[in-house]
Design a protein around this ligand. Structure first.
Ligand SMILES: CC(C)(COP(=O)(O)OP(=O)(O)OC[C@H]1O[C@@H](n2cnc3c(N)ncnc32)[C@H](O)[C@@H]1OP(=O)(O)O)[C@@H](O)C(=O)NCCC(=O)NCCS
Length: 280
């Protein structure tokens, strides 16, 4: 086996999406090839190949339009862990985003947190992934389910709550078959749902009040059919309670971390579910 320090870091292209998917599948993650393409096309995705040219490690640096960029998809195949590969990839991703004057931000798994804390990332808040099933149906509601007309509203609300605009990413979600956008009357809040590898991913949910967020969540759960993952900031206890009433259980936790900073971005009180740990 080639020593890890001899393995070069290379930028990945669209043709690598299948090999990337094999790595996220190995970790049991929910990302699809469409997600990998969003990282590759809208940011810089770095990879390391072994001597047999097999992709063994990845990290994606995704610049948002201002304030910060997201680092994600930090994956190392199990046979090559604890050789410093993740550290090298994350260091490069940090440099890439800081070079664009963006603060590197990420959502860390508990194992990832040990890598990132050593590199200077600090925790902003905790997120819990809830998993459950939605049986679908139809309910009378004044919530609009029409993804074609609402991109501008969704992008503006999302940018305010998250603290950074990311129109291309949200447009990418909504372009996919099966994605749906639910928008409150008056355009004051929204919820998205999209297909994942293992389950539907519900989020973001952005709203001006807890009552509005609960109503949006109820509309999506009524409309969706299948296994659902939703990543909820721990502070949004009412969302967790509603999910528990629907039979959802906590599956894992993440920590939102920023490089060298403990200052949250945007309006976290309006963010009731994130887009996923890979997008924030
Ligand atoms: C987390 C992950 C990316 C780490 O990759 P890696 O290449 O093994 O990490 P590194 O070798 O750069 O580790 C750097 C340091 O982080 C810490 N660390 C890494 N993995 C650890 C583990 N399993 N337990 C405790 N500490 C760990 C150690 O301090 C390590 O330094 P050391 O080996 O000198 O003690 C890899 O385990 C992985 O792919 N896990 C599954 C997917 C995942 O959770 N990704 C993170 C998403 S946020």
């Amino acid at each position: 086996m080639a020593p890890s320090e001899d393995l070069a870091i290379v930028p990945l292209a669209g043709a690598d999406a299948e090999a990337c998917l094999a790595l996220s599948d190995e970790a049991g993650w929910n990302q699809t090839q469409d997600d990998w393409r969003l990282f590759i096309e809208n940011g810089r995705t770095f990879g390391i190949r072994d001597a047999e040219t097999r992709l063994v490690a990845t990290a994606a640096a995704l610049p948002y339009e201002e304030n910060f960029g997201f680092i994600s998809m930090v994956l190392v195949t199990s046979a090559r862990r604890r050789e410093g590969l993740a550290t090298r990839l994350v260091d490069l991703s940090i440099d890439h985003l800081r070079g664009q004057r963006l603060v590197p931000v990420l959502d860390a798994t508990p194992t990832g947190e040990t890598v990132y804390a050593k590199q200077g990332f600090r925790s902003l808040f905790s997120i819990e992934r809830w998993q459950g099933r939605s049986e679908g149906g139809s309910a009378a509601s004044d919530i609009k389910d029409d993804k074609s007309s609402d991109l501008t509203t969704v992008v503006a609300l999302d940018a305010e709550a998250l603290g950074a605009p990311r129109g291309a990413i949200l447009a990418g979600f909504l372009d996919r078959a099966g994605s749906r956008a639910f928008v409150s009357p008056g355009g004051t809040g929204f919820a998205l749902i999209r297909a994942g590898r293992k389950a539907l991913q519900l989020g973001p949910i952005v709203a001006g009040s807890v009552a509005e967020a609960l109503k949006l969540l109820g509309s999506v759960l009524t409309a969706a059919r299948g296994t659902v993952f939703i990543d909820v900031p721990v502070r949004q206890r009412d969302i967790g309670e509603m999910l528990a009433r629907h039979g959802f259980t906590r599956q894992r936790s993440f920590s939102r971390m920023a490089y060298g900073s403990t200052m949250p971005f945007g309006k976290p009180e309006r963010l009731f579910a994130v887009a996923g740990p890979e997008f924030g």
